[in-house]
Design a protein around this ligand. Structure first.
Ligand SMILES: [Ca+2]
Ligand SMILES: [Ca+2]
Length: 95
């Protein structure tokens, strides 16, 4: 799925094709819209829960933000889980 969706304050829905990265915001030609609608926010949350439950196992349901289970997180130049270790220095990226 290429759609990125976020929900803020239980009523603002952000969605679009843009990856929420430096390249996504500065280099790529992407789109994002923000809609203030509580019903849409609840429906987006419910749809996320359905998708989340379709994941196969518990490890995939709770992936480390910076690990080989989180695509590109070991190569993005960001300390994704804010533990002071980044990319190749991250233990979960060495597995
Ligand atoms: Ca990283
Ligand atoms: Ca880290």
């Amino acid at each position: 799925m290429h759609l990125k969706t976020g929900i803020a304050d239980s009523w603002k829905v952000l969605m679009g094709s843009m990856n929420w990265t430096s390249a996504g915001s500065r280099q790529n030609d992407e789109n994002t819209i923000v809609v203030g609608n509580g019903l849409l926010a609840r429906e987006a949350q419910q749809y996320f829960e359905v998708l989340w439950k379709t994941l196969i196992n518990a490890e995939e349901q709770t992936p480390n933000a910076e690990s080989s289970k989180s695509k590109n997180s070991c190569f993005d130049g960001i300390d994704n889980d804010h533990d002071g270790l980044q990319d190749a220095k991250e233990l979960a990226c060495k597995k």
